[in-house]
Design a protein around this ligand. Structure first.
Ligand code: NAD
Ligand code: UDX
Length: 492
């Protein structure tokens, strides 16, 4: 029987955009997105959506009230739907077994229990959240142990590959849609039903069907591979800074090999976002549980390298500012984990800002899409590292880049927002303390031009010669001496 009603549990960065696009492309399907947070649902039903995502407003405006609904009535939406997406959060566990690494499946489990409690007819339950391999088995156990007479379930795995900031485009033009299910005739029939939904806009050849476990593992693997590329290029950025090689040139030369490819080789202050770290930690934990310590250590290194990169960049800022930032004013441009999103989860800007506050700096922060309350909470709440009072006394939030940079000693670019490239740096330089520094953590600025204006520029993966800094000759000599010694020893 073709699907006519879909329920999505979880109105977040995945559930909201995914179901909006399904509603857009399948006008005959009634899509209801539910969430236990009434605040979030109210925002989805308002003019200001809870997430910023290019193109999303237009899709929601077109479909909302037609065949797209946002509701807190979870029970009714479950009851009506033939197919239910579980798109709830799966954060890293904060306590107990697997703390700091394993995925916390409590929200998935509570969603499954609610489905079992409400359902009076057959359902296809689709795991869209990113989960450990064999999580579908746990969902199935909960559903089958609690099912009502005559009700049967099929569990599918249909991981989501969208990236924030490009979610609508990623959903409309997905490289592939992945659907995993049981190999039984019932499992295959359920896969077919979900295929038919996607086939309204995704060519059949791009819809990949696998067994459930392959599908679950492929999601973790894809994120691990992507993050691994960033850590690989970031590791080489450190070598570049010490040798005179330029990481952009290296990335280009390497990426032109069609076997390697050019994407995801942009060296940076480090990767952020809600997925990469969480999913790799989860993979590491799974490997440890499977008694595969070498595999676990291999993937753990991707995370370790990312931590190293964030610390290395923060240390570079401090060292360059004469090894002390106490009471210096530093502007942070960009707080989101990447451009075109207001999401700050695991943003490298948090790491940089916390380190600088810890060293006594006063921060002027500006991000085009992140709310002040979010920045303050990110800097105060995590891990009890900083007291909220301390953060309040050291951090000011600004509404534009010009006021944020005025009278500061240095600018640190943490997010690659396009508007930072377009700024009038002559004006900015004139209003900064001297010497004026720029630390480009995203490699988006024109460094030659900035140097000509008088800035002292530092970036990732490139040694920028600096004429103006007294003593820099000495530092340079020291680094070169170390390098030549190493080279000589290696040759002899
Ligand atoms: P999110 O935190 O933005 O949204 C999850 C929502 O689920 C929250 O609003 C929460 O209130 C709601 N929720 C939790 N339990 C619920 C329940 N029992 N009933 C109803 N609602 C409930 O999370 P997200 O970023 O959308 O991620 C969701 C899943 O998708 C995660 O597993 C994540 O790893 C995965 N994923 C995320 C992205 C991304 O870019 N954010 C991309 C691919 C996959
Ligand atoms: C990622 C995956 O790309 C997506 O497929 C998955 O569904 C969710 O996780 P997301 O985290 O939203 O998406 O953004 P992504 O574009 O992957 O960027 C993640 C982080 O890596 C950002 O901080 C970004 O700035 C950084 N990055 C990305 C780099 O530092 N260099 C690069 O070359 C690419």
């Amino acid at each position: 029987m073709p699907i006519t009603k879909i329920c999505c549990m979880g109105a977040g960065y995945v559930g909201g955009p995914t179901c909006s696009v399904i509603a857009l492309k399948c006008p005959h399907i009634r899509v209801t997105v539910v969430d236990k947070s009434s605040e979030r649902i109210a925002q989805w039903n308002s003019a200001k959506l809870p997430i910023y995502e290019p193109g999303l407003d237009a899709v929601v405006q077109k479909c909302r009230g037609r065949n797209l609904f946002f509701s807190t009535d979870i029970a009714q939406a479950i009851e009506e739907a033939e197919l239910i997406f579980i798109s709830v959060n799966t954060p890293t566990k904060r306590f107990g077994n697997g703390k700091g690494r394993a995925a916390d499946l409590k929200y998935v489990e509570s969603a499954a229990r609610m489905i079992a409690e409400i359902s009076a007819g057959d359902k296809i339950v689709v795991e869209k959240s990113t989960v450990p391999v064999r999580a579908a088995e746990s969902i199935m156990n909960i559903l089958r142990a609690n099912h009502k007479p005559g009700v049967s379930y099929q569990i599918l795995s249909n991981p989501e590959f969208l990236a924030e900031g490009t979610a609508i485009d990623d959903l409309l033009n997905a490289d592939r849609v992945l659907i995993g299910g049981e190999e039984s005739p019932e499992g295959q029939a359920a896969i077919e039903e979900l295929c038919k939904v996607y086939e309204h806009w995704i060519p059949r050849k791009n819809i990949l069907t696998t067994n459930t476990w392959s599908s679950e593992l492929s999601k973790l693997a894809a994120n691990a591979f992507l993050a691994q590329r960033i850590s690989s290029i970031n590791s080489l950025s450190a070598v570049c800074e010490s040798t005179g090689a330029d990481v952009s040139e290296v990335a280009r030369a390497v990426g032109l090999d069609s076997r390697i490819g050019s994407k995801f080789l942009q060296a940076s202050v480090g990767f952020g976002g809600s997925c990469f770290q969480k999913d790799i930690l989860n993979l590491v934990y799974i490997c440890e549980c499977l008694n595969l310590p070498e595999v676990a250590a291999y993937w753990q290194q991707v995370i370790d390298m990312n931590e190293y990169q964030k610390s290395r960049f923060s240390a570079k800022v401090i060292e360059s500012l004469f090894n002390t930032v106490t009471d210096k004013k530093i502007s942070i441009l960009g707080f989101a984990f990447k451009k075109n999103t207001g999401d700050t989860r695991e943003s490298p800007a948090i790491h940089v800002a916390r380190t600088l506050i810890d060293e006594g700096a006063k921060l002027h922060i500006y991000d085009p899409k992140v709310e002040e309350s979010q920045i303050m909470s990110d800097l105060s709440n995590c891990g009890a590292i900083l007291e909220p009072e301390l953060v309040k006394s050291r951090v000011s939030i600004f509404k534009d880049a010009y006021s944020a940079t005025k009278n500061t000693h240095a600018i640190v670019v943490c997010t690659e927002w396009d508007e930072f490239v377009e700024l009038d740096y002559k004006r900015i330089y004139a209003e900064m303390m001297k010497p004026a520094y720029i630390f480009d953590g995203r490699k988006i600025l024109d460094h030659d031009k900035l140097q000509k204006l008088g800035f002292i520029v530092q970036t990732i993966g490139k040694k920028i010669e600096c004429q103006k800094l007294r003593g820099s000759g000495k530092i340079k000599l020291k680094i070169e001496e170390k390098w030549y010694r190493y080279h000589f020893e290696a040759l002899s």
